[in-house]
Design a protein around this ligand. Sequence first.
Ligand code: SF4
Length: 247
Amino acid sequence: MGCGISRSRSGRGGLGSGDEVRLDPNRVRSVYSNLLAAYGRQGWWPADTSFEVMVGAVLTQNTAWTNVERALGRLAERIDLSAESILSLDVEALADALRPAGYFNLKAQRLRDFCSFYVASGGLDALSRIETDRLRDQLLAVKGIGPETADDMLLYAFDRPVFVVDAYTRRLFSRLGQLSGDEGYEGIRAAFEAVLGPDVAMLKEYHALLVRHAKEACRSRHPRCSTCSLRSDCPAGLDAFPLTQGD
Ligand code: SF4
C-alpha cells in the first residue's frame, strides 16, 4: 500500500558548523527509549577489534554491511587483519579481496590511505592518547574519510562520546518534524550531543537503533508506519496512517 510520506528530504546537506540545529530534548530521549524498548540492545559495532571497526567503517561507505562482512571475510582468508598486512598487498590484490564491498578499486586505495595514516601515527595505542577533537581532525585529514566515517571510528573504535549522523538519522528526524533534512552535519551532531551528553554506551546504542529502525520500519520507500512504535508522535506517520480508536 502506498504511503503519503512527504516530509523526508533526501539531501545530505552541507557539512559546515555554521547552522545551529535545535532539537526537542524530550523527543530525542523518547525516541531512544522507544526504540530500545522495541528492538532491544543491538550490541554494535559488529567487529572483534578496534582496527577491524575502522576497516569496516571505511568499507561500509555506500554499501550494505553484509557486503562488508563478505569483503572482510575474503580479506581475512588472505592476510591477518592488520594495517601492515593490508599495506603489504598491492592495490590490485587488495581491490580483488574487497570486491564484494562495491567500489572496490576506490575502497582499496582508501583503505591503503587509512592504513598508511594508522601506521605513521603509531597505531591504536598512540591514536588512543590523542584528545577527541584533534583525533577527529586527523582522521578527517585522511583522504576518503568524511565526518560520518570519522565519527564511526571515534565512537566504536575509540569509545569517544560523539553522535554519528547518517542518512537514517536525517530521514527519521525529518519525518518526526525535528529536522528539515538539509542541515549541516556538524550542526546536527552538536545538537544531539548537547541533548545526550557524554554517555558513550548510549551513543553507541542510539546509532545502532536508528539503523535498525530505518531498515525495519522507517524505510525510504514504503515505511511501515501502521505498525511503527513511533507513529503516535510522528507527523509523517500520522499523515499517512491516522490513529483510530483501536490504536
Ligand atoms: S511512523 Fe515510524 S515508520 Fe512512519 S515515518 Fe514515522 S517514524 Fe517512520
